[in-house]
Design a protein. Structure first.
Length: 331
């Protein structure tokens, strides 16, 4: 692809809002919070595409979508028990950009950036850029995968792997597909939700022409994130038989309410996406204001189970360093 001719989604990505001042102007937010936003954005920058901002309510600091991306003073508070790398990922990092924590699957940080900077992100402190293998590092990662025939699934994560262009994705997937013991390719991405323009016909073609079974795990925390554009974008993918799953993070002030979580599951199902995980927050420094006690999480999850068919109730899980899987936070 010629870099001088950006596709629509790449233009939307470049035009994402990164200045708190601009966000405040678009949403007519109270300027008394601007200074704090500027301060917090210095540690972890603001980044949000216009299409996502358009789904937020104006002049409402409590909008559940805004809360996910608005830099706040609370992020600068140091809280006991919250760390820079709570998952000790540095340890399970045999090759730059490759995490091998669980049996049978490896996770590759395929891109260094995201389309949106989520304030609660467990990787807000992770050295993405340094850990992004880029095309040169693919070789080492692919060799690692080729040498271990227990690995049958490769997960592209990030950053956000769909920030990479189709040419790169296609090339990598082509090389991966030459490893006989790999049968599944899973892609973890927030782009289908925050930048639905990314769901191009070319991308679908890449997913449907590889011999690998492709699973796309999107990341949506609130039903209001799903608008008509998102619905339209998903349709060709579900029709082509791509398995679409969703993972959410349970966030205080955003989706810590049974009706909100139930509405999210229903809205996901309506666009062909199956709820997969509801993650308890990872205790990363600067995110304590989003955290909830485990008993609250369990209560919300149980309320979901009482109102939804079992297949619309995501698994409530948390991550423990060294554990061989994500652990259930169930009753
Ligand atoms: C979450 C995660 C996975 C995927 O776990 P599943 O339970 O299969 O969804 C794989 N590798 C790493 C390093 C992870 O953090
Ligand atoms: S990795 Fe996911 S949760 Fe974290 S900032 Fe990127 S899109 Fe948001």
């Amino acid at each position: 692809m010629n870099d001088h001719h950006k596709t629509d989604w790449q233009t939307a990505l470049v035009n994402a809002v990164t200045e708190p001042k601009e966000l405040f102007a678009i949403l007519q937010l109270d300027h008394q919070y601007l200074e704090a936003a500027n301060r917090a954005a210095q540690q972890f920058p603001l980044k949000v595409p216009h299409g996502f901002i358009a789904r937020m309510e104006k002049n409402n600091l409590n909008d559940p979508l805004l809360r996910q991306i608005l830099p706040l003073d609370a992020e600068l508070e140091k809280t006991m028990g919250y760390a820079a790398d709570p998952l000790h990922e540095a340890k399970s990092n045999p090759i730059p950009g490759l995490l091998h924590k669980y049996y049978g699957r490896v996770l590759l940080t395929f891109a260094g950036t995201c389309a949106v900077n989520c304030r609660y992100c467990f990787r807000r402190e992770f050295p993405y850029a340094k850990n992004n293998p880029g095309s040169a590092g693919w070789h080492a990662a692919l060799n690692y995968i080729a040498r271990d025939n227990t690995i049958n699934e490769v997960i592209l994560s990030g950053g956000d792997p769909l920030v990479a262009n189709d040419h790169h994705l296609k090339k990598f997937i082509g090389m991966l597909a030459t490893i006989p013991h790999v049968s599944r390719l899973r892609i973890h991405s927030r782009l289908p939700i925050v930048l639905p323009e990314r769901m191009t016909a070319e991308l679908l073609q890449i997913f449907t022409t590889t011999r690998l079974k492709v699973i796309l795990v999107v990341h949506c925390n609130h039903a209001q994130e799903i608008n008509h554009d998102v619905k339209q974008a998903m349709q060709p993918f579900t029709q082509a038989g791509i398995l679409l799953l969703n993972q959410s993070v349970l966030l205080k002030g955003i989706n810590d309410d049974a009706n909100t979580l139930i509405a999210l599951s229903e809205a996901l199902f309506a666009i062909g996406v199956q709820p997969y995980y509801l993650h308890a927050l990872d205790k990363v420094q600067g995110t304590a204001h989003f955290d909830l006690p485990p008993q609250t999480a369990r209560k919300l999850h149980w309320a979901m189970a009482q109102h939804l068919p079992g297949y619309l109730v995501p698994k409530l899980v948390f991550e423990q360093p060294g554990a061989p899987a994500k652990l259930p936070l169930t009753e």
